[in-house]
Design a protein around this ligand. Structure first.
Ligand SMILES: Nc1ncnc2c1ncn2[C@@H]1O[C@H](COP(=O)(O)OP(=O)(O)O)[C@@H](O)[C@H]1O
Ligand SMILES: [Mg+2]
Length: 211
């Protein structure tokens, strides 16, 4: 279980997140819905340790953790970024095995072996030697999901998973999220797409625009 307690985050004098309190139970899918500029991406970045928080607490199974001080924060909350943020000079396989090699100190061979089931699950077997520029948006998203899951995170967070995709791929993401949920993954989906959120989520949080 992930708990967020009294989280506050400002950029300069602008308050972006004000006293956010939230509990995410294991194996549930939480959607955070709100308008552009509402702080959704910032929240994911705080959970992943990519931004510091001003005050408040993050707890995993009742224990406080500080993602911004951890090298392996992506083992708690792994993120699928809105623009995927794949490394352009690395193949799909290298993108997926980079963090296990760098952070978990696995050998190339071991890392590649460990991600085989993931690659199969996400149906990207035929893409592993390709480079990001050769992939469609939907394929990049699958690779980004595989890359996040390669760190075996407790929670998978998605930033606007439908925004970079053609409408017909929306169903595909929905299926992916549903199948990961069935496999027991805890997920946080931030989106401005209320209809999508209502379809995939067990729990919804609506955030208000920042004043
Ligand atoms: N690193 C930053 N420095 C200053 N302002 C930022 C930074 N990141 C985001 N912001 C601002 O914080 C607000 C919330 O942004 P964001 O979290 O991206 O919202 P959302 O994802 O809900 O659209 C926006 O007004 C944005 O301009
Ligand atoms: Mg955003």
């Amino acid at each position: 279980m992930l708990e967020i307690k009294h989280l506050n985050k400002s950029f300069g004098s602008r308050k972006i997140i004000t006293d956010l309190n939230l509990v995410i139970e294991d194996k549930k899918t939480l959607a955070i819905v709100g308008p552009s500029g509402g702080g959704k991406t910032t929240l994911l970045r705080c959970l992943a340790g990519l931004e510091t928080i001003d005050s408040g607490e993050l707890l995993l199974d009742g224990k406080v953790f500080h993602p911004d001080e951890m090298e392996n924060a992506s083992q708690i909350v792994g993120i699928v970024f809105q623009d995927f943020q794949l490394f352009p000079h690395l193949s799909v396989l290298e993108n997926i095995t980079l963090a296990p090699e760098m952070v978990l100190k696995k050998s190339k061979k071991e890392a590649a072996k460990d991600v085989e089931p993931l690659i199969e699950q996400l149906q990207i077997d035929n893409l592993i030697q390709q480079y990001p520029y050769q992939l469609s948006g939907g394929q990049k998203q699958r690779v980004a999901i595989a890359r996040a899951l390669a760190m075996k995170p407790r929670i998978l967070g998605y930033d606007e998973p439908t925004s970079a995709l053609d409408p017909e791929l929306r169903q595909e993401v929905e299926n992916l999220i549903t199948s990961l949920k069935k496999s027991g993954m805890t997920q946080i989906i931030v989106t401005h797409d209320l209809a999508f959120a209502e379809k995939v989520a067990d729990q919804m949080l609506k955030v208000a625009p920042v004043k």
